[in-house]
Design a protein around this ligand. Structure first.
Ligand code: GLU
Length: 469
């Protein structure tokens, strides 16, 4: 039975890196008809951020990364919050004490610092096991509990990084239990993964360096190793450093608020560092479930390219049926559209659909259908060709357009005919004439095709806007 988990610490929001780890774990479980588990790792109380547990759940739900068991979805192996599992860790810690694999650390912070200084002075890496107390006190929970490590080399297989052999020297007496009564991540996650029957541990590559410690602990506890897959970092757009908040690593819920579709985010995130071996660039969730494989995740860091996200989003917007898109844009209409009727809004949306890169583009692309636009001279002065025209020339062209259109039938085809004739009678290029008409009737930076726009805008509005310049 394949069981994977996503085990975030509730210390902040989820950005694309965290989501990618969750998504891959979800895909591995779903393609095998297995289970995906959500577990909160909240034993580092100092780092906890109030509200972030709810935020993490909302983020996963917003993308449809549904877990089978989790803090708010009880399953057979709960609770799914580490701070509620303290008794379990205590029992496992006792096993280690009983087998001589763990001991109470009697030292004060100052004493440990003195050991460090001593190692440093001798130009050696500090290893706690070199200062192990000869007669440790009985563990009463007030002292840290340490793992008694044997320096030994381990070999393991990582689904992404391949076969790895660790260096014996790096295994040290790491802390299992802190003096605040909480276990460390290092200890608790191994207990939980075992108790929750997790078959695949999929997590960030920052945990690779601790693998020697984990392997020593699996061995001491007599546990079978799960499958390991460490996810390479996500890099900034230039690909020269880890993606940070400053490079746009934003909260995934902010992307939703900014008009990105969940299915676009899922496809984009899955293809950061993974492909199916073909040229396919966008995937539905079902396709990902069918095609995903850890063995095709690249070892090198994946670049975060927000322009590609925008393109993927536009693709998924165009793929939606009008009805579906209409349901998604409810909160994105311009204020003035609130009073408009549904049929008209759908016609507007049908025109705008091809040009929407995010749902948030909707007001900019459509508000002139619902209210008189505000004049923005810059659209003319900033247009190289139009800026060359004198005011008289502009008036002349608009008047000619007014006359020609006032005699036209009001269908997109008839309007296009009238516009084409106008090109001949005025001797202008479309880049000048059509841009001018488009700007004066919409005052928008972008709009759908001109004849369609005018057809939907209506004859009266079109003519009066042509005259109002
Ligand atoms: N709690 C760890 C973190 O948030 C998760 C590591 C893991 O998946 O095991 O980084």
């Amino acid at each position: 039975m394949i069981r994977t988990r996503f085990a975030p610490s509730p210390t902040g929001f989820l950005h694309v890196g965290g989501i990618r780890t969750a998504l891959f774990a979800y895909l591995v479980a779903k393609q095998a008809n297995g289970q995906f588990v959500l577990r909160f790792e909240d034993t580092d109380k100092k780092r906890e951020v109030p509200g972030s547990a709810e935020h993490l759940i909302a983020s996963l739900k917003s993308l449809g990364i549904d877990y089978d068991e989790g803090p708010d979805k009880p399953g057979e192996y709960g609770p799914y919050i580490q701070s509620e599992r303290i008794d379990t860790y205590k029992q496992w810690a006792q096993k280690l004490i009983d087998s001589g694999c763990a001991y109470a650390d009697p030292y004060t912070a100052e004493e440990i610092q003195a050991f460090r200084d001593k190692s440093q002075a001798a130009k050696r890496a500090f290893l706690f096991r070199e200062y192990r107390p000869e007669n440790p006190p009985e563990w009463d929970g007030s002292q840290p509990l340490r793992f008694k490590a044997e320096p030994k080399s381990y070999s393991y297989h990582d689904e992404i990084f391949g076969d790895v052999t660790t260096n014996a020297e790096v295994v040290d007496d790491f802390i299992l239990y802190k003096s605040d009564g909480y276990p460390t991540y290092n200890f608790a996650h191994i207990v939980d993964d075992a108790e929750m029957h997790i078959s695949h541990v999929i997590r960030g590559q920052e945990f690779i360096s601790s693998m020697p410690n984990y392997l020593a602990l699996y061995e001491a506890l007599g546990l079978e190793l799960p499958v390991f897959a460490h996810m390479p970092h996500i890099l900034n757009e230039q690909g020269n450093k880890k993606l940070g908040k400053r490079d746009g690593a934003k909260d995934v819920l902010d992307y939703i608020r900014d008009g990105y579709l969940p299915e676009a985010l899922v496809s984009f995130i899955a293809t950061m560092g993974w492909n199916d071996g073909t040229e396919q660039e966008v995937f539905t969730k079902q396709e990902l479930i069918d095609k995903f494989s850890l063995s095709r995740v690249q070892k090198s860091g994946a670049r975060f390219d927000e322009k590609r996200l925008l393109w993927v989003n536009g693709h998924f917007i165009r793929e939606l049926s009008l009805e579906e898109l209409y349901g998604r844009v409810e909160f994105f209409w311009p204020e003035a559209a609130k009073k408009a009727d549904e049929a008209y809004k759908k016609q507007v949306l049908a025109l705008a659909q091809d040009r929407l890169k995010t749902l948030k583009d909707l007001p900019g692309l459509t508000s002139y259908f619902f209210e008189e636009p505000t004049r923005n001279e810059e659209l003319i002065s900033g247009n190289k060709q139009l800026a060359k025209l004198s005011t008289d020339e502009i008036h002349g062209l608009l008047e000619a357009a007014h006359d020609a259109l006032s005699q036209s039938e009001w269908t997109p085809e008839a309007i296009q005919d009238a516009l084409n004739k106008l090109l001949e009678t005025t001797g202008q290029k479309p880049g000048i004439l059509f841009s001018l008409i488009r700007i004066v009737t919409t005052w928008a930076a972008f709009s759908p095709q001109l004849n369609d726009t005018l057809a939907l805008l209506g004859k009266d509005k079109t003519l009066s806007r042509l005259q109002s310049f």
